[in-house]
Design a binder for this molecule. Structure first.
Ligand code: ATP
Ligand code: MG
Length: 146
């Protein structure tokens, strides 16, 4: 399926992330794309809130740490590939987290075309205006809908 949303504030993006997070079962890999400042980290905060309500204050941009891990009902692996080349991406050890006990959220996923396989969810955030974004969700996973 492919679903398009428009959000008109950071809060609306958070709320959309929470709805997406709430339907995850484990094993999904969320591939986030969008320019600098599009809202990838903010959407991730919502996704984490949806998976484990009350835990999203832990969410911070992994742009320097590369990989953040939030231990919750499902362990959430939050990755930022912005500064990495394909060899460095291969060396992160992310394969260890591609199983039903984890949800992986990858910012700048386009840097690792073809690396992530399985239950993937593509999420692209386009800048429409200072406070508005178009968020397109694409997935073949049956439980990811509207
Ligand atoms: N509708 C909206 N949805 C998401 N963010 C919005 C929206 N309107 C304004 N913003 C602002 O855009 C910024 C998004 O920042 P965020 O760190 O989430 O972006 P990012 O895509 O993770 O950037 P980076 O590529 O640097 O990691 C925040 O300052 C947020 O308040
Ligand atoms: Mg970010």
């Amino acid at each position: 399926m492919r679903q398009e949303y428009t959000t008109n504030s950071p809060e609306e993006t958070l709320a959309l992330g929470t709805r997406i997070g709430a339907v995850l079962k484990g094993g999904e890999i969320l591939l986030l794309n969008g320019d600098l400042g599009a809202g990838k980290t903010l959407l991730t905060k919502g996704i984490v809130e949806g998976i484990a309500p009350g835990t999203s204050s832990e969410v911070a941009s992994p742009s320097f740490t590369l990989v953040n891990i939030y231990n919750a009902k499902l362990d959430i692996i939050h990755v930022d590939l912005y500064r990495l080349d394909s060899e460095e991406i291969g060396n992160l050890g992310l394969e260890d987290f591609m199983d039903k006990d984890h949800v992986m959220v990858v910012e700048w996923a386009e840097r690792a075309q073809g690396f992530f396989t399985g239950d993937t969810v593509g999420i692209t955030i386009d800048y429409l205006g200072e406070h508005s974004r178009k968020i397109t969700v694409t997935s073949d996973i049956p439980w990811i809908r509207s």
